[in-house]
Design a protein around this ligand. Structure first.
Ligand code: ADP
Ligand code: MG
Length: 144
C-alpha cells in the first residue's frame, strides 16, 4: 500500500488510521532518513491507539512503553544498540510476541532477530514533488 502526503498533518492522520486498525501482537518496522517524518507518523499511530500522552523518540532508552491506549504500545529506536545481544537483555522477544503493538525504528540494524512476520513502513521524500511531500509505503513482510 502506498500513501502520499503533502503535510505533517496528513502524515499524522495516516498514522492515526494505522493505529486505529492495529491489532494486538502486530509488529511495525519504520524506515526513513532523519527528518522525514517518522516521529510525526508514530505520534499519529499512538493517537489512533487512544494514547494521549506525548510521544517522543526513545533515543536514549531503546524502548518507550505506553499503557494508556486500547493496547500497549512499545516504541523502539534501536539506532544506538551496539549488538543484537543487547536486545535479548531488554527482553525484546517479550515485547514482540506480547499483546501490544511493537514499532521499531532502524529495524534494519536488528534484521536477524526480527519476527517472521511484520509490517514494514518506509517514508521517503521526493523534492521534485515539493518540500512537504512524503511517500509512505506499507508492506507486509513474511506472510505465511
Ligand atoms: P524523523 O522522526 O523521521 O527524524 P520528524 O517526524 O521528527 O522526523 O520530523 C519531520 C519533519 O518534517 C517535521 O518538522 C515536519 O513538520 C516536517 N514535514 C513536512 N512535511 C511533512 C510530511 N508530509 N509528513 C511528515 N512530516 C513532514
Ligand atoms: Mg524521530
Amino acid at each position: 500500500m502506498i500513501k502520499e502526503t503533502f503535510s505533517p498533518e496528513e502524515t499524522f492522520a495516516f498514522g492515526k488510521e494505522l493505529g486505529k486498525n492495529a491489532r494486538p501482537g502486530q509488529v511495525y518496522t519504520l524506515i526513513g532518513d532523519l527528518g522525514v517524518g517518522k516521529t510525526v507518523l508514530t505520534q499519529g499511530i499512538a493517537k489512533g491507539l487512544g494514547i494521549d500522552e506525548a510521544i517522543c523518540s526513545p533515543t536514549f532508552t531503546i524502548v518507550q512503553e505506553y499503557h494508556t491506549g486500547r493496547m500497549p504500545f512499545y516504541h523502539f529506536d534501536v539506532y544506538r544498540i551496539g549488538c543484537v545481544e543487547e536486545m535479548d537483555e531488554i527482553g525484546f522477544d517479550d515485547y514482540v510476541y506480547g499483546e501490544g503493538l511493537t514499532m521499531i525504528e532502524w529495524a534494519n540494524l536488528i534484521e536477524e532477530i526480527l519476527p517472521d512476520h511484520f509490517w514494514q513502513i518506509m517514508i521517503e521524500k521526493d523534492l521534485e514533488k515539493g518540500f512537504d511531500y512524503r511517500m509512505i509505503t506499507v508492506e507486509e513482510v513474511g506472510k505465511a
